[in-house]
Design a binder for this molecule. Sequence first.
Ligand code: CDP
Length: 215
Amino acid sequence: MTVPVIAIDGPSASGKGTIAALVAQHLDFHYLDSGALYRIVGLIGGERAANLDDDTEMSRITLNLNIKFTGTGVEANGREVSALIRDEKAGAAASRIAVLPGVRAALMTLQHGFRQPPGLVADGRDMGSVVFPDAGLKIYLTATPEERALRRYKQLIEKGGSASMAALLQDIRDRDFRDSNRAAAPLLKCAGAIEIDTTGTPVDAVVAQVLRSYQ
Ligand code: CDP
C-alpha cells in the first residue's frame, strides 16, 4: 500500500510551514519542511565561500551533506543549525541555490525518505508537482505580498530582531520572482491543487479547511 502524502506548496511566507506542521500533528503524520533543506545548502555554501551559482560545486556540497531532523531541530553534519537557517540571509541564499537542477536532484532521495507510514505532510514549492506528484491531496497556499511581508515582520520582531517592512516586501517580491521564473521545478499551482488564499484568515481556519479537504 502506498503511504499517503499531503503536498502543501506556495510562495514565501504564505504560512505553509505553520499549516503543514499543524495538519501533520492532527493526523499524526510525519512532516517534511523541504525549505529547510534548501536553506541548509545555502547556509553551508555561504560559510564555505562557495560559488552559490555553480551547480557542480553546490551539488557536490549537497551530496556530501548529512542532514538530520532531530524532532526538536535540524542538524547539518552533526551541527544544530535550526536558528542559523531561519535568517533572511539564509533564505535568500536558499532561493539562489534552489535554481540549480543538480542541487534539486541531490535532495530528491532524502525527501522521498520522509514518506513513511502512516503518512506525510510535505511543504515547499514543488511537493505536488515534482517530488510527490502522486500526492493524494495537493494544496496551494497564497496570501498577498503585503500580508506575507507583515507576517515575516511580526516573526522577526517576536524573535527580538529588527526589520524594515519595505525591505521585507521587496525581498518577498524578489523571491517570488526567482521561485516562479526558474527553469527547474518553478513555483506553480499544479494540476489538481486546491488553492487557499490565507489573506486575513486565522491559522486554525486554514488547518480545518485542509483537514476537510483530506477527509
Ligand atoms: O519560509 P519561506 O517560504 O520563505 O522559505 P522556505 O520554504 O524555507 O524556502 C526557502 C527557499 O528554498 C525558497 O525561496 C525556495 O527558493 C527554495 N525552495 C525550493 O526551491 N523548493 C522547495 N521545495 C522548498 C524551498
